[in-house]
Design a protein around this ligand. Structure first.
Ligand SMILES: NC(=O)C1=CN([C@@H]2O[C@H](COP(=O)(O)OP(=O)(O)OC[C@H]3O[C@@H](n4cnc5c(N)ncnc54)[C@H](OP(=O)(O)O)[C@@H]3O)[C@@H](O)[C@H]2O)C=CC1
Ligand SMILES: CCCCCCCCCCCCCCCC(=O)[C@@H](N)CO
Length: 302
């Protein structure tokens, strides 16, 4: 996971790759995994002619905590004489899919705390510094296709990803003030440790609706990079994600008004039978989700 990255190559809307290498800072909690990932990143850059001039840094911090997020950004900047990273990618996030009434409220809170507030803390600190230092940088959020469509199992997760979309929208507009670009990535299922973890609690219906299709983290990184190079505000990795994006646009910035209008029309049409089918699926499988009677002293007057 990359929570912040220092790169030399960007413009407000489009990346302008100039063949220059990028300084990279990665951030997560586990130091051992961070160190291993940093070695992988170094290995990719090793045969570049400018390799010796590049700075690679790994910072252990819990992004869901405000103080830790600020410390991470401080440490990322210190290695560059106090200069804020040019590009900050907020990726840390997780999901505990469960049936709503079986899910403790604490899991809703924890999900919002990392997925939304973790991104907010990092972004707030980074944007302040970018504006103060005159850095015309980029802020990138990692949301999910599950922000475009809500279905059984994701009541703790989808709202946190919708919140990111909304924050991206406000900031895309506001940060024009400082020439800072904002982008939001909406991946579909990713083949990651996180997926293995969330599948342990995921209701069967959620799994079936989600399907088997998934992409690798490498494919996701490439799609994100491609979207940034094109200057897209909402970035997706495949045609399904693109169709959901187009159908959910409202007045958000489109990538291509013509193609998005067609995709939107197709998905709107298809969504009617899909919704009918997926609603029926829930109705038909009530027996798989028996309600455990509450032991709350309520008197049944019959
Ligand atoms: N997997 C999927 O199907 C999809 C995932 N996404 C989103 O993509 C992003 C990445 O997901 P994915 O790669 O699957 O997740 P993983 O769980 O595989 O990786 C998450 C990364 O974030 C780090 N992390 C977790 N918690 C914190 C924290 N509190 N502070 C700092 N770092 C943290 C983890 O490291 P450590 O534990 O050491 O801190 C790890 O490096 C998330 O935002 C997720 O919601 C979106 C769509 C689909
Ligand atoms: C009422 C209408 C229901 C229609 C259902 C259509 C299903 C579309 C598939 C959406 C796939 C979502 C992928 C994101 C997964 C994700 O973000 C998590 N794996 C979290 O990590």
């Amino acid at each position: 996971m990359v929570s912040s990255i220092t790169a030399k190559i960007f413009g407000r809307n489009k990346f302008q790759p100039q063949g220059k290498g990028a300084h990279v800072t990665i951030c997560a909690r586990g130091q051992k995994e961070l160190d291993a990932t940093l070695e992988e990143i170094k290995a990719v850059s090793r045969n570049r002619s400018d390799y010796e001039s590049l700075i690679f840094n790994a910072i252990s911090a819990d992004i869901s905590k405000k103080d830790e997020s600020i410390r991470a950004l401080n440490e990322a900047s210190e290695r560059h004489n106090g200069k804020v990273p040019d590009v900050v990618i907020c990726c840390a996030g997780f999901s505990i899919p469960r049936v709503f009434i079986e899910q403790p409220v604490e899991e809703f809170e924890a999900t919002m705390q990392l997925n939304y507030f973790g991104t907010l803390y990092t972004t707030h600190e980074a944007v302040k510094r970018m504006a103060q230092q005159g850095v015309k940088g980029k802020i990138v959020f990692v949301s999910s296709v599950a922000a475009f469509v809500g279905f059984l199992g994701y009541s703790s997760y989808s709202p946190s990803k919708v919140a990111l979309r909304s924050l991206a929208e406000c900031l895309r507009h506001e940060l024009i003030l400082y020439d800072i670009g904002v982008h939001c990535y909406f991946p579909g299922t990713l083949d990651t440790e996180g997926l293995i973890e969330e599948n342990k609690t995921k209701p069967k219906i959620t799994k079936e609706l989600e399907g088997e299709d998934k992409i690798t983290p490498e494919q996701a990184a490439k799609a994100l990079y491609k979207g940034l190079c094109k200057g897209n505000f909402f970035i997706t990795s495949d045609i399904i994600g693109d169709a959901f994006r187009a159908a959910s646009l409202g007045v958000s910035e489109s990538n291509s008004a013509f193609v998005d209008a067609i995709l939107c029309g197709i998905l709107w049409t298809v969504s009617k039978p899909v919704r009918w089918f997926s609603d029926k699926m829930v109705r038909d499988r009530k027996s798989e989700h028996p309600v455990i009677p509450a032991d709350n002293g309520m008197v049944n007057d019959e």
